[in-house]
Write a protein that binds this ligand. Structure first.
Ligand SMILES: Cc1cc2nc3c(=O)[nH]c(=O)nc-3n(C[C@H](O)[C@H](O)[C@H](O)COP(=O)(O)O)c2cc1C
Length: 351
């Protein structure tokens, strides 16, 4: 693990190793507010080169999962400040993932005054989504930029736009959901416009070295219908090229088996900033990705969730704790802040 555990310095990122903690929703933010337990959870994992937080709503309509946090009001900024302070005290770096749910939120988890919005007005499960006017789309762009400013006020080192897994940004990209007739719908250039404008607005607000994005080309997560393979390939190459021109600090790909190798290669060639690859990675597979230069950084999800000292465990080639799948979403400290470190385990065994 020569590369994985070595410091990373490039394109404005200064990290103590090449390990990123993947964004993971944990549903412990009652009242949409970050709390001290969340600060403890992230601080425990501060030895990661970079932590990316759980998906966090940039506006109230972007909420809608059980106990997920927002970053659109003063209380939330203050709550997140506790988290970033705790991580920084331990020498870590932390970006917040801006996740807008769009069409896939649960109405019962939205604040009363918030409505579900939809890229275009497609009727779903007996609920009428509110279609977006062009003006509202532009407001969404501004809301993301405001959330990015809030993130900096909360002490974050940067933001990651959630352009993956079927959330709002990806809903714009997909021609089955986006049937708009204004400049945000139609061909792939128009369908990519919202993502690119949002990235540009965040960059303008907080700087390119603080703005990254996650994408999941070809994934069908959260009911994303697949579309023509060439169109999909071309969409992501266009995105990578445009985001590269904006100078975005990183592109984070949530890998899946459906992405053709040629698409990954084309994205890699089109984007010259930092590339993060994620999903199902081990220390060994990560090192191979770094050695072959397929990735600049590698992200780990469930292994970080269950191993606060994952970096140390990789260093020592130690066994990993298994994640408790029953306690991933919601609940308290159990299955959240109580995963033991190697130190805890040797104390417990009397070593
Ligand atoms: C509990 C849980 C919550 C997740 N929440 C998010 C999220 O908020 N945003 C996101 O982009 N991905 C989310 N993911 C996906 C992870 O970031 C990651 O892509 C996935 O776990 C696969 O990586 P792994 O094999 O290293 O765990 C979540 C995964 C898990 C297990």
């Amino acid at each position: 693990m020569n590369i994985l555990l070595a410091p990373f310095h490039a394109n404005g990122l200064d990290l103590r190793n090449h390990m990123v903690m993947s964004p993971m929703t944990r549903s412990r933010a009652a009242g949409y507010l970050p709390n001290t337990m969340m600060a403890e959870y992230y601080a425990q994992r501060a030895t990661a080169g970079l932590i990316i937080t759980e998906g966090t709503a940039p506006a109230q309509e972007g909420l809608g999962y059980y106990k997920t946090p927002g970053i659109f009001n003063k209380e939330q900024i203050a709550g997140w400040k506790m988290v970033t302070d705790a991580v920084h005290e331990k020498g870590g770096k932390i970006f917040v993932q801006l996740m807008h749910t769009g069409r896939i939120n649960e109405i019962r988890n939205l604040p009363k005054e918030a409505k579900r919005i939809h890229v275009t007005a497609i009727h779903q499960e007996g609920k009428e989504p509110v279609p977006l006017s062009t003006e509202h789309v532009q407001q969404l762009v501004r809301e993301h930029a405001q959330a990015a400013e809030n993130a900096i006020a909360a002490g974050f080192d940067g933001i990651e736009l959630h352009g993956a897994h079927g959330y709002l940004l990806e809903q714009f990209l997909n021609p089955h959901f986006n049937t708009r007739s204004d400049e945000y719908g139609g061909d792939l250039i128009n369908r990519s416009r919202f993502v690119i404008e949002t990235a540009a607005a965040c960059i303008k607000a907080i700087g390119k070295e603080r703005t990254g994005i996650r994408i999941s080309p070809f994934a069908t997560t959260n009911e994303m219908p697949a579309y023509d393979a060439k169109e999909t390939h071309d969409t992501y190459v266009h995105l990578a090229t445009s985001l590269n021109a904006l100078g975005l600090v990183y592109l984070h790909i949530s890998l899946n088996k459906l992405i053709p190798k040629e698409t990954l290669t084309a994205i890699r060639e089109s984007f010259t900033g930092t590339l993060i690859l994620a999903n199902g990675q081990t220390a060994a597979s990560a090192e191979t990705l770094l050695e072959s230069k397929a990735a600049d950084l590698v992200a780990f999800g469930k292994s970080f969730l269950a191993n606060p000292d994952l970096v140390e465990r990789f260093r020592l080639n130690a066994a990993l704790n298994a994640p408790d799948f029953g306690k991933m979403y919601g609940g308290g400290a159990q299955g959240y802040t109580d995963y033991p470190t190697l130190g805890d385990q040797s104390l417990a065994s009397g070593e």
